[in-house]
Design a protein around this ligand. Sequence first.
Ligand SMILES: Cc1cc2nc3c(=O)[nH]c(=O)nc-3n(C[C@H](O)[C@H](O)[C@H](O)COP(=O)(O)OP(=O)(O)OC[C@H]3O[C@@H](n4cnc5c(N)ncnc54)[C@H](O)[C@@H]3O)c2cc1C
Length: 412
Amino acid sequence: MNFDLNFATNPDLVAFQDEVHTWLEENAPRDVPRSADPILYTHEEFEWRRDIGRKLGAKGWLYPTFPSEYGGGGLDLDRATIIQLALDEHRIPVPPYYNSGGPLAAASILVWGTEEQKRFFVPPILRGETVTWQLLTEPQGGSDLATVTTRATKDGDDYVINGQKVFVGGAYEFDYAWTIVNTDPLGPRHQNVSWLMVPAKSEGMTRQSLDLFTVHGAGESPVGPKEAVFFDNVRVPAFNLVGGENNGWKVASTHLEYEHGGAGHLRNIWVLDEFFQYCKETKFRGKPISENPDVRDILADVWADYQVDKLLGMRTFWLHHTKRPMSYEGIQSTFYHRMFSLRTSQRIQQALGYFGLVSDPQWTPNEGRTEVFVRYGLGSLHGGGTHDTDRVIMSRRMGLGRNASESAGQMV
Ligand SMILES: Cc1cc2nc3c(=O)[nH]c(=O)nc-3n(C[C@H](O)[C@H](O)[C@H](O)COP(=O)(O)OP(=O)(O)OC[C@H]3O[C@@H](n4cnc5c(N)ncnc54)[C@H](O)[C@@H]3O)c2cc1C
């Protein structure tokens, strides 16, 4: 099967494709050292990724379909696809560094913010000038986001924040924390939360690194260790509250629609491409591993599953960018990807045995990236909710167990 997209019939698109590839060859060298494990990547690599991000942002290629008046590329689906595929070929995720809060905050502010907030917060994000973390999860539970207890109290022209977030952010510098807070502890559920853009350098905000066994998977933007963030009387201007006080659940519906895969993806999983190659090239008892009948079965299963994963992402990418009506498609694609990652992790272990579990480059394929993928299989069940809450959301979108089906969150 070949799902490659072909633009050859349109000379403008071919010229654009050439322009993007030439630019990448000149600006994104392929030989930069990249860590196999996204937990262990270096500040040097972070800096390199920030630099590429700023350059892409200046051209409008970092967030190509976001409106150009707010720093996005203002480009159509075809050009966005060309950019995405070219970056993928260069093994540069979008954005190239961990910036999960950036696109989610930018989209949410564009839908729910005032004109002044859009002009102040969004352009630096879309041009790659700032890094934004998303701060949602709290120690008492993450799936049920409406229960957040981090408290923001209005005090004159400011809000004062107290509380704690966990499993957030990553290594190195950031500029803003896109944060959901409780603004009315006695108010009704879903009518007592709000969103704030909190400057990272705010006094009273502290970070603590967490020792987790995995973060994001190979091929995604490296993260470094996740962190806990503490707010101790952190003062933020009231201007930074987006969407109105106690109106945060509506803002969350936009944020979560994006986080749950509503914008789709055209993602190749490079580590799997490398794994297939490894099985073809590596001999065991005189024959390539891929010629072992049991391994062949496993590889065929992985390949078929991988194509479905890509197609679901591609379908959502097209639906979103052509502004077609959407319901459960984003979350379905996210759910499939989680379960596919778990299945694939198990299948790699079946094919490689203990060699799939070690990170020593002498014994494992792809300098240890396969081992990272195996570890990530389990970790992929969490993050942006879990496989359980994906199922709940899908059921609600389909109207199962309820009188009316829930609609998808509003997107840009
Ligand atoms: C790699 C990684 C990166 C992350 N990055 C961030 C980040 O940048 N920002 C951020 O804010 N958070 C982040 N998180 C946290 C993530 O969003 C939470 O882990 C997730 O929302 C689940 O919350 P929880 O861990 O508190 O589990 P809980 O909500 O306590 O859930 C515990 C268990 O109960 C199950 N469960 C919960 N509700 C239901 C239900 N209704 N029906 C059936 N089962 C249910 C869950 O599936 C889970 O197995 C990250 C997590 C990971 C693993």
